[in-house]
Ligand binder design. Structure first.
Ligand SMILES: Cc1cc2nc3c(=O)[nH]c(=O)nc-3n(C[C@H](O)[C@H](O)[C@H](O)COP(=O)(O)OP(=O)(O)OC[C@H]3O[C@@H](n4cnc5c(N)ncnc54)[C@H](O)[C@@H]3O)c2cc1C
Length: 482
């Protein structure tokens, strides 16, 4: 098929949409991107104020091979666009009893560190990495494939499914190798990055922890926003046209073909790729009913610009609740703002001083809370308490009162995910990653009724998180290129 005369509309300039645009632009398609916001990036957004550059969403670059793949696909060298610096200390976990545990780039140091908590656990660590390595080898190629319920009927896939032990939870995988709850939490907290509880996430998601330890954790110098900017640049180089401040109001098909409705006009394309949230596309753009999906959690975010440098925190920090099971129960089952939440602190200026004015620091606080399914926004009632709780714990870690250091402060509340990015139920990480919404059961990347409509993004296959969303763009590009 010659692609040069084929027209493609991409609805949304999130990382998934940008990666599709870059790929199809490179293949010679005439691609136009429609984005409701004034700039690209979607959840991987930036907020700039008084010289502070806050990355508003993702902060971890995991599975770097998935990032490299999209640059290779477009015949570009990733190092011309992103300066990925490996962190020496991957993250530091602060337990509520005052203990802390650091995970290092150097596995030998991590082994020594975990031995302090549980003698003999370095053997468990090796066992965990061996087990998750096998899972990673099995899952990695599957992440570039789109499955349907029918794929399950294909017997050649059954041994693969069996190898993944689909009924064991993420927590159960850690429990196989570690005795103490502290280490089990340290090896499963990544489930929260997908917006699910480690008790509910299938064990094969432990490939994220594997990737932390084996493929390492990197920071793009200049900030996470360099990632969407790089993909936008490659797209433009390949003649992709961007329409910003340009919300699509409908996707449909009539006698003239498949169209998007934008600025009151139906515009027709050979292919349409919906990158905005999948449930938004179904309900609001295609006017369809969706099943009673489970949604990931939401988050309450604070972005602080400090007038001075602080000590005691690493680039990535996790503060665990004193009662983690209750914390998870309240978010995922009771659907409420937790009493004493675990939270995450990002201090990117530890590695990258260019993100703040000289001698100043960025502190980003992420507190997982329940999503807004069947419920009104209620964060106002809890904000003061959550902020104080986080600040008290930070103050202990840095030995100072953070309140006295704040020069700039912004927040992002759950309902902002709806108003800003059209994300259903403010589910920050999209549809939940439980067993019945993973792999075969997650929405496919091609529409079942409109054959030239495709989906790339966090709530479709293979799932959420930057590397995986980039994989969804590959699936879609491969389908369109035939
Ligand atoms: C706080 C936070 C922390 C995270 N941390 C990490 C992390 O550390 N590492 C990691 O890998 N991932 C992380 N993630 C997840 C990651 O950011 C997402 O999975 C990924 O960015 C989703 O990309 P996407 O392309 O699917 O969708 P989006 O980023 O949501 O992009 C979709 C775009 O479509 C636009 N849009 C929606 N509707 C329309 C419409 N009708 N018309 C036109 N445009 C429309 C939206 O404005 C948006 O720009 C985090 C996410 C958040 C929010």
């Amino acid at each position: 098929m010659t692609s040069t005369n084929k027209k493609v509309a991409v609805v949304g300039a999130g990382v998934g949409g940008l990666a599709v645009a870059a790929r199809l632009g490179k293949k010679g398609f005439n691609v136009e991107v429609f984005e409701k916001e004034p700039r690209c990036g979607g959840r991987c957004h930036i907020l700039e104020d008084r010289g502070f550059k806050f990355d508003m969403g993702p902060s971890f670059v995991l599975m770097p091979d998935f990032f490299k793949e999209v640059f290779d696909y477009c015949d570009e060298d990733i190092s011309d666009y992103l300066n990925l610096k490996n962190l020496d200390v991957h993250y530091k976990i602060f337990f509520s009893d005052g203990d802390s545990l650091s995970v290092y780039n150097d596995c030998e140091k991590t082994r020594k560190e975990i031995e302090r908590f549980e003698p003999g656990s370095s053997k468990g660590f090796d066992g965990f990495l061996g087990y998750t390595h096998q899972i990673y080898k099995t899952v990695q190629p599957l992440l570039y494939k789109c499955f349907t319920g029918k794929s399950l009927a294909n017997p050649s896939l059954w041994p693969v499914v069996f190898k993944l032990h689909p009924f064991a939870s993420y927590w159960a995988v850690a429990k196989k190798f570690f005795k103490t709850d502290k280490l089990c939490y340290a090896f499963t907290f990544e489930a929260m990055f997908m917006g699910v509880s480690p008790y509910q996430a299938p064990g094969f998601y432990s490939i994220i922890t594997y990737s932390d330890h084996i493929q390492k954790i990197a920071h793009p110098m200049g900030g996470m926003y360099k990632i969407p900017l790089a993909l936008e640049k490659i797209s433009k180089k390949n003649k992709v046209v961007f329409h910003y401040n340009s919300e699509v109001k409908e996707i449909g098909r009539d006698s003239k073909g498949s169209f998007i409705r934008n600025n009151g006009v139906n515009k027709y394309y050979d292919y349409i790729v919906a990158n905005g949230d999948y449930v938004h596309a179904q309900e609001d753009l295609l006017k369809r009913k969706v099943p009673d999906y489970k949604y990931s959690c939401s988050v309450y975010l604070l972005y602080l610009g400090l007038k001075e440098k602080i000590r005691g925190l690493e680039h990535h920090n996790l503060f665990f609740s004193s009662d983690l099971p209750k914390n998870l129960e309240q978010i995922f089952n009771e659907n409420i703002v937790p009493d004493e939440p675990s939270f995450y602190i990002h201090v990117p200026t530890v590695t990258d001083p260019t993100l703040a004015p000289d001698g100043k620091e960025i502190v980003y606080v992420l507190i997982p809370v329940a999503n807004l399914k069947n419920k009104e926004e209620d964060i106002d009632k809890h904000k003061k308490r959550l902020r104080k709780l986080a600040f008290d714990k930070i103050n202990k870690a840095i030995g100072r009162n953070i309140e006295d250091l704040i020069e700039v402060e912004h927040e992002f509340i759950p309902s902002d995910f709806i108003s800003r990015y059209n994300i259903k139920n403010a589910a920050t990480f999209g549809l939940a990653h439980n067993l019945l919404q993973s792999a075969f059961f997650r929405p496919a990347n091609i529409d079942s009724k409109i054959k030239n409509l495709f989906y790339a993004g966090a709530s479709t296959q293979p799932g959420g998180g930057l590397p995986v969303v980039i994989a969804s763009s590959r699936i879609v590009a491969d389908m369109i290129c035939g």
